[in-house]
Write a protein that binds this ligand. Sequence first.
Ligand SMILES: [Zn+2]
Length: 363
Amino acid sequence: MKRCVRCVLPETVPGIAFDDNGVCSFCADYRAETRLDPAELDALAAQAKSKGREYDCIVPLSGGRDSSFVLHAAKTRLNLNVLAVNYDHEFRNPDAVANMERACRALGVEFVSVRSRRDIAGKILRCRIRAAESRGMHGLSGAMCIACSYGYRSVVYRLAEKRSVPLILWGSSQAEASEHMTRKAFKAFSRRHPNAYRTARMKIYKRLASLALFLQRVEFHVPGNSMFRKERPALRNADIVEAHYYDYMPWDPREIESVITRELGWRRPSGHVSSWRTDCILHPIVNFAYFKLFGCSRNGFAFVNMINSGKMSRDEALAQEEEMGRAFEDDRAVRAVLEKDVGLSAREVDRVFAAHERQEKDA
Ligand SMILES: [Zn+2]
């Protein structure tokens, strides 16, 4: 299989193009990260402290590597009185939960985890998968992160408002931001695979999914946001500042992992489905679906930035992709998560896989 000579994306990614040297169009579009002045982050921290509230800062925590490091930095480097907030999206890797508890204990930080009283994230997920079953892996991957995308923002904003916390320090990094690339690939994919049919059953589940999403917005309403609009909640409170730690400070995965392992007793979550370790047990399903659709994982798109910015070697990325590709040749582990953890029936899972086979044949 032909791959980009710089990153690891293969020729099977819809819409990808290669120049004469074998460099892909995603690498050609790569722009270096912008970095803000670290002194500005110190100023934000000083400003938050000066308010003298119960907590200076909320750090949203997933149990993953990057947010654990931000928690450590907020407490030890910025010297803030921190509240750690986790959204329990119902599919957390137990190892990630243990990581969060250990980190908060080690730092003496209060830890709050919020879960839907109605287990709404699982309901949204099942309805969305059933509503898109004729779209195979495309429908499956599209259903995965919707509930969390609203949920994790809403619980953080709600707690910041309720407890008057003046600063929110996020742990996401520009280096891993790759939605603009996957959006491009899906656009090209959809041109090749026009609309799939919709059965009466699928139409009912589409309605139920909308209802479940509405109930989520009611349960986790963020002040100033409409419950009738389907979009990510925004923070509408001039008294609270949001900042992204890695916009100011270097994001160095090796350094990050070494610090949190040493200081917080952090451990890599164990592999669930494939060797890719993650704080969410659904993420490997996303990777699996991407492999079926594009011939590479979801992570493969994030590797474009990481390789181009020198944070990861191409060999390292290629080894991870190949290992995952081998693991995904066997689909039993993915089917097991969909049945046991997500709660679909074996027949429902079969229908999603059969739709994928059909799409492949039609293409
Ligand atoms: Zn490339």
